[in-house]
Write a protein that binds this ligand. Structure first.
Ligand SMILES: [Zn+2]
Ligand SMILES: [Zn+2]
Length: 234
């Protein structure tokens, strides 16, 4: 008898890539997004975090930094802590143009935010410097914003802000140096008078970039500014 198990398995794998029927993490039947409910539940949700800057905390509340000086946005939220498997997902989106990760992360973010009242009126992805955008070919924050907007039906202001300074990755720099680096990094090309805005980014580190963008939005008239990031570093 001819052994068809190999070809059948191959077909099964193809079918799973088109429309995953099995959880990509554990083989259980998949729900939406190609993950099963248990694996979605086990993701590193950033449930206990500072309401000011989304920094993961041991207890709910405000972190010492935000208690000392309130950030220039009203509120920051990050869906996840930057840990496996979320950090792999973000890496694939950011460096390997894996847009299914934007769908996954954006949908999970939107599901968490959809019962929020009031929702922001517009989504504003953190822009990339034009040089970096040319090299990468896409802006991962915009891809996330698009996925979020699909579910929440919120407009994405994709070209409202421009970034005129190519700030290097600010890893290893002090908070004060990061702030100095970011000063004047963004220009708003349209007024945001009276708008409730959510700034969208993939990873929030110290928040220096988001803080500078928030200041620019405030100068452009935004009434309420929140930050939504897919993941937050500890
Ligand atoms: Zn699973
Ligand atoms: Zn804080």
């Amino acid at each position: 008898m001819v052994d068809l198990s190999g070809p059948i398995r191959a077909l099964q794998r193809t079918a799973d890539t088109v429309l995953p029927r099995h959880c990509q993490a554990c083989e259980a039947p998949a729900g939406q997004l190609g993950l099963c409910a248990a694996c979605i539940c086990a993701l590193p949700w950033n449930d206990c975090a500072c309401t000011g800057c989304a920094q993961p905390l041991a207890q709910p509340g405000v972190c010492p930094d935000c208690a000392r000086r309130a950030p220039p946005y009203d509120h920051a939220w990050a869906a996840f802590r930057l840990e496996a498997p979320i950090q792999h997902s973000i890496h694939a989106l950011k460096y390997h143009a894996d847009f299914t990760q934007a769908q996954l992360l954006g949908t999970l973010m939107a599901q968490q935010r959809q019962h929020l009242a009031p929702l922001p009126q517009v989504l504003l992805p953190v822009p990339l410097h034009p040089g970096r955008l040319r090299r990468r070919g896409y802006n991962q924050a915009l891809e996330l914003a698009r996925a979020i907007s699909k579910l929440l039906q919120l407009p994405v202001l994709s070209d409202a802000a421009t970034r005129q300074r190519a700030t290097e990755d600010q890893i290893g720099q002090t908070a004060a140096a990061r702030r100095r680096n970011m000063r004047g990094a963004f220009t708003l090309r349209r007024p945001l008078t009276g708008l409730h805005v959510a700034l969208i980014d993939d990873v929030m580190t110290t928040g220096a970039t988001l803080a500078e963008l928030a200041r620019s939005c405030r100068r452009a008239g935004a009434a309420q500014i929140e930050v939504w990031a897919a993941a937050r570093t500890p």
